[in-house]
Ligand binder design. Structure first.
Ligand SMILES: Cc1cc2nc3c(=O)[nH]c(=O)nc-3n(C[C@H](O)[C@H](O)[C@H](O)COP(=O)(O)OP(=O)(O)OC[C@H]3O[C@@H](n4cnc5c(N)ncnc54)[C@H](O)[C@@H]3O)c2cc1C
Length: 234
């Protein structure tokens, strides 16, 4: 059974990333753009079900003036299939709620990320990397793939010799793919997208941030339009 089947999200609700090795799935959503306008007008006791032009204007005002609590009433749940090192970065976002398949319980579905292209280390910024089309990486990528497989073999050998899963997993590499659910409100999601769809973020997590934008745009078109109008790609 593949990780995709395991999570049971219809293919149309998935966006593939990392050359098809990872993905984000849209699981569920609470509220809509009109919820944001309703939250802003709650003190007037008014409730609407469809967006009109003045609601869009209100929405823009709320984002512009950082009336962020109104956006906390809209909530998204995603399933994410990503390498362990990206999960580490993602889980620093404490305002999300997470659940993950545990390697203490299962050894099925093991997959490992092998980058399609290796980047070179930037000299000026220790956190940055540079895409260099001339960088000869074929042999290096093969070495990564071999290492992934050797780690898996060691893990399986340890299990076969009776070692418990919770200790054996220590030999699995950062390239191991993990799958988790993440739930977050729109305000904190926008914060995540600002930080992670950015030149400063690692390319891999940026792919996921862009995939999330693609998945949620149909549900929050005016929010997306607001950011596009400020020159921020959505
Ligand atoms: C490009 C980049 C490089 C990074 N490099 C490093 C690094 O080298 N080392 C490292 O350790 N981390 C690094 N980080 C992680 C970073 O420090 C944050 O932990 C991460 O981006 C989550 O941001 P956040 O805390 O704003 O988000 P969330 O945890 O989602 O929080 C959202 C907001 O809620 C509020 N909040 C949440 N929890 C608290 C709290 N306990 N107290 C007060 N306010 C709270 C804050 O206003 C916060 O901005 C990096 C992040 C990026 C984007």
């Amino acid at each position: 059974m593949s990780a995709t089947q395991h999570i049971n999200v219809p293919p149309e609700n998935h966006v593939k990333v990392l050359g098809g090795q990872g993905w984000v799935g849209f699981i569920d959503m609470l509220g809509s753009e009109i919820t944001i306008a309703n939250a802003a007008r709650v003190s007037f006791g008014k409730m609407k079900t469809t967006m009109e032009e003045k609601d869009v204007a209100l929405l823009n005002y709320l984002i512009e003036n950082r009336h962020t609590s109104t956006m906390e009433h809209v909530v998204f749940t995603f399933s994410i299939h990503c390498p362990l090192f990206i999960r580490g970065q993602w889980h620093r976002h404490r305002t999300w709620s997470y659940n993950e398949i545990s390697r203490r319980y299962t050894e099925i579905d093991m997959e490992f990320y092998t980058p399609d292209k290796l980047r070179v280390q930037a000299e000026s910024n220790r956190q940055a990397s540079l895409a260099d089309a001339d960088f000869e990486d074929k042999e290096l990528r093969q070495m990564i793939s071999d290492h992934n497989q050797a780690s898996l073999k060691l893990y399986n050998d340890l299990l076969a010799r009776g070692v418990c899963r919770e200790q054996a997993r220590g030999v699995l590499p950062q390239n191991m793919m993990v799958t988790f659910w993440g739930t977050v409100d729109l305000n904190n999601l926008l914060h995540f997208l600002e930080l992670r769809d950015s030149d400063h973020a690692q390319w891999e997590i940026r792919e996921y941030a862009m995939a999330i934008k693609q998945l949620i745009k149909p549900y929050i078109p005016n929010v997306a339009k607001y950011f596009e109008s400020k020159g921020q790609p959505w």
